[in-house]
Design a protein. Structure first.
Lengths: 166, 258
């Protein structure tokens, strides 16, 4: 695939993928549910877990699994930051007497919606991944595809072995 | 591809900002303080004032000279008020503490200690303007609802209400409420042809008094934000056509009455 001088590896089709890859890809989404529960009220554990999942045994992971791991990890970052912001703000309301303004309630509504959207789309993405399909979140889908499937410049240069200089 | 990723990121940020703005700007539920009508608030205020004077250590101070001077200040401020939903009632109580506070329903309670501390009527106008700000913004009610819950405030139980009254006397407002009451007061003073800079003077004097005379200084002195409010009063931009009119009150005569 050619795009703005970038080259991308072809996407695998459902029949090209073995069951292990499909389950690993699905796991990238589901492991964060458990991690998120452990991480509350300081939602950081899920990010660490997602990063560990991504980098663990990386050499053996296919691009398909890498795409889904990146997709899940990057989508979690803004939701985690939003949640951390909400926890901080609520603590300030309780302990520092911050006012319960409309801006605060608007933020809480945004955090609730972001979490709901993230969980819903993660389940859809996990089910699709289990079936060997792709599901792209807005922004994160393209970013993960770009990072997992882009052909790096180094790979395109043919290495030609030379005899030693005499 | 890279442009497309950046475009998607901008769309995502815009959606997030729009959701935040919509939920922040659109009131989805009536505010709890609005559930209590102004008439109900008047009733509540009347009960609270009565309850305040039931306390053995406080008695109402009556003097025609003082009353007429305070009425003149209240009228001057009421005429200048941009937003005015209440009819104000100024009540003086006999106590050496330097204090003034707002009660629901347009009641402003002032101690004789404060009247003694004041050097000129404009200083008292500044304090009253501040308390009017709390009343117009329904701050006492909001604070009581936050601390005790709406069910307690609207309860008809006399015992419960007398406890509510005691809480109201020691109500401490949050920074936002104080800042809004300050902004209200500065605008009101200007509109009433009283120089808003007097606000800085009176709170500076409170700060100075606080350093060497602690035992009788209460609520007004314990505001942690006096320095920032002094700065706000000094930085306040007056309209070009502002002209000051001094209040026609002989303050020394008032002090002699106390």
């Amino acid at each position: 695939m050619q795009n703005e001088n970038l080259t991308y590896y072809p996407l695998p089709q459902p029949d090209d993928l073995d069951i292990r890859e499909k389950e690993d890809a699905m796991g990238a989404y589901f492991m964060m549910f458990a991690a998120m529960a452990i991480g509350l009220p300081l939602p950081i554990v899920n990010i660490i877990a997602a990063a560990v999942y991504l980098f663990m045994d990386q050499t053996k992971k296919s691009r398909y699994v890498r795409f889904h791991a990146l997709h899940s990890l990057y989508a979690q970052i803004p939701v985690t930051l939003l949640n951390a912001g909400a926890v901080t703000w609520v603590l300030l309301v309780f302990f520092r007497d911050y006012a319960l303004t409309n801006i605060f309630w608007g933020y809480i509504a945004l955090v609730a919606l972001a979490n709901l959207t993230y969980f819903t789309f993660s389940i859809i993405a996990a089910v699709k991944a289990r079936n060997g399909q792709f599901f792209y979140f807005l922004f994160f889908g393209k970013l993960a595809y770009h990072l997992a499937y882009r052909v790096k410049e180094d790979n395109k240069t043919m290495v030609v072995n030379q005899p030693p200089k005499m | 591809m890279k442009k497309s990723i950046i475009r998607d990121l901008l769309i995502l940020v815009a959606i997030g900002a729009a959701i935040w703005a919509i939920f922040a700007l659109v009131p989805f539920a009536p505010k709890e303080s609005k559930i209590i009508s102004i008439n109900k608030e008047y009733e509540l205020g009347e009960f609270m004032v009565e309850n305040f004077f039931n306390d053995a250590q406080y008695s109402e101070f009556n003097s025609e000279t003082v009353d007429s001077a305070l009425s003149l200040i209240a009228e001057t401020l009421s005429e200048g008020a941009i937003k005015k939903e209440y009819t104000y009632k100024i009540i003086v109580f006999d106590h050496t503490m330097i204090n003034a506070f707002a009660m629901p329903g347009g009641n402003i309670i002032i101690s004789t200690g404060l009247l003694n501390f004041i050097e000129e009527p404009e200083e008292l106008a500044a304090i009253m303007a501040h308390e009017m700000g709390h009343i117009e913004n329904r701050d006492v009610l909001k604070r009581l609802i936050k601390n005790l819950g709406i069910a307690v405030i609207t309860s008809g139980d006399q015992y419960v209400l007398s406890e509510v009254s005691k809480t109201a006397v020691s109500t401490v407002f949050d920074r936002k409420q104080e800042r809004e009451a300050d902004e209200f007061a500065l605008k009101l003073l200007e509109a009433s042809k009283i120089n808003p800079r007097i606000y800085a003077t009176v709170f500076r004097r409170f700060n100075e008094a606080n350093q060497d005379w602690n035992e009788n200084l209460e609520l007004l002195m314990t505001h942690p934000h006096n320095n920032s409010r002094i700065r706000a009063a000094l930085e306040y931009e007056l309209h070009e056509d502002f002209s000051e009119t001094k209040l026609d009150i002989d303050w020394q005569k008032i002090k002699n009455e106390l």
